[in-house]
Design a protein around this ligand. Structure first.
Ligand code: ADE
Length: 244
């Protein structure tokens, strides 16, 4: 997958993604990250990227022409790329949209700064606006890192063990079950017995039930669309019965 990242501070995106999984994905040739310095598309000796907003008010607005030129230069090498503007006003990123994005072969991520980008650049050249949550970041770069991180781990071959993505929180619509590793006892706390039993059917059932329990405690809204089985519902029903 080729991901172009247009930014005034492209190092804010390439830096974090040059470590850990981002490094591995790039070394394996499964992710090609192409930083695009927006400044290179800004006119004049001072390469001005922003200007005061029409209508007054505080802050600065990123100029349309450099943004359009940068997007179009990415499109020259990746004509079918989907163009995404990271913005708190966008559709909120979730597991389903991460999966959909991971199936594309190229993306252009536009990172804004200041008060935002001239609306005409968005109207002319952006396919979609995406937010990573209901809060405002200083710029779109950190949001782009989050998006690329979530998307790249869904690309087949990026994770060493394909089971990791399958077992993740949200896969199957539930939060993840708790994990344990050696030693068996930590400051008096023991590993749940069933995980030492070697009985894989029982272990799978315990994990499923823990995922159900954690999801009901923390994100009961997810249960509706999680495709629960009769067995799942019976478990949740039984637990409700016990609590009452
Ligand atoms: N830019 C600033 N805040 C953002 C957010 N929450 N999501 C995506 N891009 C942003």
């Amino acid at each position: 997958m080729i991901i172009h990242v247009i930014s005034l501070f492209p190092g804010m995106v390439t830096g974090p993604l040059s470590e850990s999984m981002g490094r591995i994905a790039q070394d394996k040739g499964l992710l090609e990250l192409k930083p695009v310095d927006l400044r290179a598309f800004c006119p004049g000796r001072h390469a001005v990227a922003d200007d005061a907003p029409y209508g007054g008010g505080g802050g600065m607005v990123m100029k349309a022409e450099p943004v359009l030129a940068a997007i179009r230069s990415c499109k020259q090498s990746s004509p079918s790329a989907r163009v995404v503007y990271l913005s708190p006003a966008g559709r909120r990123l979730d597991h389903a949209s991460v999966l959909a994005l991971s199936k594309l072969d190229s993306l252009v991520l536009l990172c804004g700064h200041y008060e935002g980008v001239d609306q005409r650049a968005l109207d002319l050249a952006v396919d979609e606006e995406i937010s990573i949550g209901d809060y405002v970041l200083t710029g779109g770069e950190t949001a782009a890192v989050v998006l690329v991180d979530a998307v790249m781990r869904q690309i087949p071959g990026v994770l060493g063990d394909p089971q990791s993505a399958v077992q993740d929180s949200f896969f199957g619509g539930l939060l993840d079950f708790p994990h344990y590793t050696r030693p068996e006892t930590v400051e008096g706390l023991k590993v749940p017995e069933v995980l030492l039993s070697g009985d894989h059917r029982k272990i799978a059932q315990w994990r499923r039930r823990q995922a159900l329990r954690v999801t009901r405690e923390r994100r009961p809204d997810l249960l509706e669309d999680a495709g629960l089985t009769v067995e799942d519902r019976r478990f949740l029903g039984d637990k409700e019965g016990k609590q009452r």
